[in-house]
Structure formats: C-alpha cells, structure tokens
Design a protein around this ligand. Structure first.
Ligand code: MN
Ligand code: MN
Length: 300
C-alpha cells in the first residue's frame, strides 16, 4: 500500500511539529512545575505551528506509565527526583505523529531512560517491510534485558491510521508468537517502555481517567449532553480529548450532568491511567516511523 505524496506531506508536517514541540517540552519540564502548565503549553505550541493535538499531552510520572493528562484546574506538580514521560500527538488533517521523551530528575533512573532510547534506536534500525512482529518483539526484549532492565510486556507500539491512534496492528516490546508482519507504506508509533528488573513489568489500569474519546452514537436525554457530544464529534472525531478542551461548550452549571451522561451512556469511552503493577518507575521513548522499501524513516 503506497501513500500519496499529499498524504505523505501531511504526515511529514505532523512529524516536524511533533519533533519541535517534544524538544521544547524536554527543555520546559521542571521539578515543582504545575503539570497543567506543561500540558497546556505543549498543546498551544502544536496549534501555533499549524497542527492540532492528536490527543491531550500526556505527562506520566514515575510508576504511571501512560495516559495521565491534567484534568481542569489540576493542582498536581512535577515531583522532585521524578521520572517524567511527556507523550505528544500531532495531527494534520487526521494524519498523526506520536512521539515521547522521558525527562529524568533522579540519577538513579538514568539507566532506564538510556535503555528506552537505545531500544527505540534499535527498533528504528531493524524495522523494514516484511519484519515479523515476533522478531521485532524478541529483539527489543533482548536490548532491554541485556542492559539489566525489563520491558513492559503489555504496552506496545501501534499502527497509526487517519484519525485513529491505534489502528489494529501492535508492535510488541517482548517476544510474542505472531504471524503478523509490518508492510511497506504502513506508519507505526514505536514505543518501548522500560522498568527495573525486579518489577512485574506490566501495567494495570488505575482508578483515574482524564482522557476520553467518542465511541458510538447513543440516544441521549439531556440536550446539553447532545450538544457536548456534537462538539466532541466535530472537533476531535475519533481522537482522544480531555475535559480541559470542553470548557465553555455548554453553560458551566449544566456541564457536569451532561458529561456524566456521555460516560454512563457509553457514547464516550475513557482511558484510565496505566500504572506499573509493582509501582516501579517506567521510562518511555517513542517515534513515529514510515515503512519504505527496505527500511523505515523516522517522521518525528
Ligand atoms: Mn505516544
Ligand atoms: Mn503511541
């Protein structure tokens, strides 16, 4: 499957914006900084550069592996001595670039960060059309294990589609029996997650969820719920969003009930935070890549 020149240019622009904003975010993160400031600054930078956030800026600290973004009026700050994963998504006309960096404020965790970066580097070196998911997973697992660490076994890279972050195919970070292969023209978010050797090496869903997306149309009782759902569909389509982006869509006194109905009716689905099962720190590195003739090219 070849992609058109026009589509490729949109992916490349999304990738360029994602790379620039990631590097800005890397320089911006500070201990004690309000997480909401980092999320909002990052999302504004994406818009200023002509992209749109493909999902809310994720700022996941220590044992939180993924899916934390600030809710409205968030009071949380970046803790001292922490490991901070900033995961950024940009889309241009629905074509997505997904990239992440881990910023480390604790010398003890630096090995985790370097290992995630090494695993990503190796992934980019080996990815080419025809490579099997099994071979990919076992290679990444070995890179991480050889450095004395452990991959998170139930978080994977993923095929990217238009307005879809996880478009069906997964790129495992551990060996995994599969006949699936990567193909030319496909675009993947490649993202090894690394924890310490004594950890369980899996994530579980936490109680909190601050990221949502449209799931399916439902008949809704409340007219503000309908209005809110229309706003979501028009603005985010099938991409994830945060309640921070819904402020002012309906009168504030009706918002809470309207949003609750969208959740209880299952018109929306939520993404709970992912926490390492043994509460050990997790590092991540991510690029979005395009599979070309005999290799892959990094878009981010
Ligand atoms: Mn990501
Ligand atoms: Mn991703």
């Amino acid at each position: 499957m070849a992609i058109s020149e026009e589509v490729l240019q949109k992916y490349q622009l999304a990738g360029k914006i994602a790379r620039e904003v990631r590097e800005e975010a890397r320089k911006t993160v500070r201990e004690g900084m309000p997480i909401i400031d980092l999320c909002e600054k990052t999302e504004s930078l994406i818009r200023e550069r002509g992209g749109k956030p493909a999902f809310p800026c994720n700022v996941s600290v220590n044992e939180i592996a993924a899916h934390y973004t600030s809710p409205p009026q968030d009071k949380r700050t970046i803790p001292e001595n922490s490991l901070v994963k900033v995961d950024i998504g940009v889309h241009v006309d629905g074509y997505i670039a997904d990239t992440a960096v881990t910023v480390c404020f604790n010398p003890e965790y630096e090995g985790l960060v370097h290992t995630a970066e090494e695993a990503l580097k190796r992934a980019v070196e080996i990815l080419r059309p025809g490579l099997s998911m099994s071979r990919f997973g076992s290679t990444i697992q070995k890179v991480i294990k050889d450095r004395g660490f452990k991959p998170i076994s139930n978080l994977t890279g993923h095929l990217v589609g238009r307005y879809v972050i996880h478009a069906g195919k997964s790129l495992p970070n551990v060996f995994h029996v599969s006949t699936s292969r990567v193909n030319v023209g496909e675009i993947y978010g490649v993202e090894p997650f690394v924890t310490v050797a004594e950890a369980v090496g899996k994530v579980e869903s936490g109680k909190e969820a601050h990221i949502f997306r449209f799931s399916k149309p439902k008949s809704l009782r409340d007219s503000y719920a309908k209005q809110l759902l229309n706003y979501v569909k028009e603005n985010f389509k099938t991409l994830p969003f945060t309640e921070r982006w819904l402020q002012g869509c309906v009168p504030p006194s009706y918002y809470k009930a309207a949003f609750s109905e969208l959740l209880s009716s299952k018109a929306l689905i939520s993404y709970p935070v992912f926490i390492e099962a043994s509460r050990k720190p997790v590092a991540q590195a991510e690029h979005t890549v395009l599979l070309v003739k005999d290799r892959c090219t990094v878009l981010t």
